[in-house]
Ligand binder design. Structure first.
Ligand SMILES: *[C@@H]1O[C@H](CO)[C@@H](O)[C@H](O)[C@H]1NC(C)=O
Ligand SMILES: *[C@@H]1O[C@H](CO)[C@@H](O)[C@H](O)[C@H]1NC(C)=O
Length: 373
């Protein structure tokens, strides 16, 4: 199996390089977004958290892209409420932080009004990533596994971005969220493996997870309120702070450009899909539809991949280099009831300017370092 998949990935990667060379002429470029400011205003203590929800690796909703586009525009007060957030500490105590939103300039958050039409593109496929060379190197090395079963992405020295539903079901924290750990793939045998034949690729490539405890997690109130699942979907993201730095290269977050501005309208993500235990699974797919808060696609993904960072690679003009950034969080399958027919979508939460400001503040602890999305 290893023999058959590995060439496939190599072929694929060379194809990818080719595509990128093709694009050099009309380099897809990161837009500059003016990011609003999300500032904590007051912190209040909550009761100790309950951890009684069953871990759910999928989301369900009857509100698809059309429905989302027609939902009411939130007021500034609504947004302040949704962007307020709950923090869970590893000792089980919780706080609620209310935030203020400040928008510089006259631009206010637009909502809905996606001009893109749904289009059918070629078939999607997944690649298991084999080989230490790929798994231990950027960008695949930024994918980590959560002890509750999802995937997360390294977005700073001590921070992991994931989906909110991986730790909280909207009402309560999932079992296992208090002792949450993040798993890093490491070679199973280092030089110390006595008597092992290290020229044998089957030994050399054996990997295992090494775990780091999570110190605290932030979940936006928009998700917690989200018993009204249809609003909650837009806020299905969470940030985890590790007890110690992971010392790997991480991927930066960025504001999600509209689908049509992405190279080939294409997004990428890697996750620990349930049906391929122990494997990191990479895929790319085309954005089929979008709302202000969500990206819809129909590429293959199994539970376990939720929480993966959705990334694209574009030209950063100021730095004169190509840069990968996470522009969304893979949320999961969504079954949409359309005239009695169940339609299946994959949904990713977009990092909007507001969400960028919030997540960036969680990482940096100040807003001055968060002005450029
Ligand atoms: C739990 O940890 C937080 C953060 O370290 C601290 O502020 C709080 O007082 C602790 N709560 C309890 C009950 O020990
Ligand atoms: C080690 O593995 C390689 C590759 O599988 C094989 O050619 C070699 O004979 C093995 N050496 C020993 C001592 O088993």
């Amino acid at each position: 199996m290893m023999q058959s998949k590995f060439p496939a990935l190599c072929v694929f990667l060379s194809f990818f390089t080719f595509v990128e060379l093709q694009n050099e002429e009309e380099k897809p470029t990161w837009p500059n977004y003016r990011v609003p400011v999300v500032l904590p205003q007051s912190v209040s203590r909550l009761d100790k958290a309950k951890f009684d929800a069953e871990p759910r690796l999928d989301v369900a909703s009857s509100c698809g892209p059309e429905c989302h586009k027609h939902s009411a525009t939130p007021t500034l007060e609504d947004l302040k409420d949704y962007m307020s957030y709950e923090t869970l500490y590893s000792n089980g105590s919780r706080t609620m932080t209310d935030v203020g939103l400040y928008v510089f300039g006259s631009r206010v958050e637009p909502k809905g009004k996606s001009r893109s039409k749904r289009q059918i593109y070629g078939h999607d496929s997944r690649f298991s990533v084999y080989g230490k060379h790929f798994l231990l190197n950027y960008p695949f090395s930024t994918s980590v596994k959560l002890s509750t079963g999802c995937t997360g992405t390294l977005v700073a020295e001590k921070h992991v971005l994931t989906a909110a539903h991986c730790i909280h079901d909207g009402k309560s924290y999932v079992k296992g969220a208090q002792k949450l750990k993040v798993g890093f793939l490491k070679p199973k045998y280092k030089d110390g493996g006595k008597g092992l034949n290290f020229t044998d690729p089957r030994i050399l490539e054996k990997m295992k997870f090494q775990w780091i405890r999570v110190k605290r997690t932030h979940v936006p109130k928009g998700w917690i309120k989200g018993n009204a699942i249809d609003i909650g979907m837009d806020y299905d993201y969470a940030l985890l702070e590790l007890k110690k730095p992971h010392k790997r290269k991480f991927m930066m977050i960025g504001v999600s450009p509209p689908g049509r501005q992405l190279p080939g309208r294409r997004i990428h993500f890697s996750g620990y899909d349930n049906d391929r235990p122990g494997h990191l699974v990479y895929r790319f797919c085309d954005v089929k539809d979008e709302t202000y808060d969500l990206l819809y696609q129909q590429c293959d993904a199994q539970p376990g991949a939720s929480g993966s960072g959705v990334y694209v690679r574009m030209w950063k003009r100021q730095k004169q280099k190509w840069e990968r950034k996470i522009i969304g969080i893979f949320s999961g399958h969504q079954w949409v009831d359309k005239n009695g027919d169940k339609q299946d979508f994959n949904v990713a939460v977009r990092i909007t300017p507001l969400k960028y400001a919030q997540i960036c503040f969680w990482i940096k602890g100040n807003y001055l370092d968060c002005r450029d999305g």
